[in-house]
Design a protein around this ligand. Structure first.
Ligand SMILES: [Zn+2]
Length: 316
């Protein structure tokens, strides 16, 4: 009897990613790092989402209060969220009472249903609602069910917040103060950063990309730069970004993202003003300060192009 069940377990494990059956749990390496007396986070890989990396490409944080655990962002799939719950369980038996969402991008929200089922209240900025009901969100989910199978499948769904905020808020949960700041539109309209003043820990979402080139997309880079300037005033000791390692030198890292955005706007803005074709402008621009960063090859040209279009538009 014993030998037989061992054999079944072995067969299940050996099937791995190639199996067409839904897997029991994410197997990707996940390590909890402590960044404050009660603050922790897990760090996703610096890569684009794939079935191979199980879409573990974004960070999630958590803070253990006197009564419960507050999670910041939900990771990129339900199995990853289950894994995170398991890691939290190794630190504390307290329930997860809240999930604070920095923004509604796929790699930060596909794990939400796990925390919802565990009884957590989800809190986000109201602009996230627009994305949730958009065709883009639906199409993205359908594409992810193909590209990220079996981690994202037909059971993965988009989960709305239980409480939509219309701006800044201060919460006291289990004796711990959380300052929620609405800083959009920057990376997205619904951007929110979370400051735990008692520990001077800042969860910055995708406003600050650390150790990699940001994904700029359709972002409003002018407001984004203004938001980064606001973050510089928070006097954080540690910053946990949405991607990449935690920073013990938040000021330098916030400045790097800000400088990259300013560089894009300055160079592409000048090209757009001079009606210089994008390809020529891109080719003659000096990228040397940023080209050593991960994902430069994957993201920079698209970032520059989007900024070029944005600057053409801002000119009107
Ligand atoms: Zn994002």
């Amino acid at each position: 009897m014993r030998r037989r069940s061992f054999g079944v377990l072995c067969a299940a494990m050996c099937c791995g990613v190639a199996s067409a059956q839904p897997l029991a749990g994410a197997t990707v390496e996940m390590r909890v790092e402590q960044v404050g007396p009660h603050s922790y986070f897990v760090q996703g890989q610096s890569a684009q989402g794939s079935a191979e990396n199980q879409n573990f490409i974004s960070n999630a944080g958590f803070v253990v209060t006197e009564d419960s655990v507050v999670v910041i962002d939900a990771l990129g799939s339900p199995p990853l969220a289950e894994r995170l719950l398991g890691e939290i369980r190794r630190i504390t038996p307290k329930p997860v009472s809240h999930v604070l969402l920095t923004h509604y991008h796929a790699d930060h929200i596909y794990g939400l249903q796990v925390f919802k089922a565990a009884g957590a209240q989800i809190i986000a900025q109201r602009h996230g609602q627009d994305y949730l009901v958009s065709e883009t969100a639906q199409r993205r989910l359908e594409a992810s069910r193909q590209d990220l199978f079996p981690w994202i499948d037909e059971h993965t769904r988009l989960v709305p917040a239980d409480r939509w905020l219309d701006g800044d808020a201060a919460l006291r949960i289990g004796g711990t103060e959380f300052r929620l700041r609405a800083v959009g539109p920057a990376h997205t309209p619904e951007d929110m950063v979370v400051l735990v003043p008692g520990e001077r820990v800042l969860f910055a979402g995708d406003l600050v990309f650390r150790g990699r080139i940001p994904f700029v997309g359709q972002a409003d880079s002018r407001h984004w730069i203004a938001a980064l300037d606001q973050l510089l005033g928070f006097d954080a000791r540690v910053m946990v970004p949405g991607h990449g390692p935690a920073s013990q030198q938040p000021v330098e890292d916030i400045r790097l993202t800000r400088d990259y955005l300013q560089h894009l706007r300055r160079t592409m803005g000048e090209a757009a003003r001079n009606l210089e074709p994008f390809d020529e402008a891109y080719a003659r621009t000096d990228w040397s300060r940023f080209e050593m960063l991960p994902l430069f090859a994957a993201a920079n040209r698209m970032n520059a192009y989007n900024t070029y279009l944005l600057m053409e538009h801002e000119r009107d």
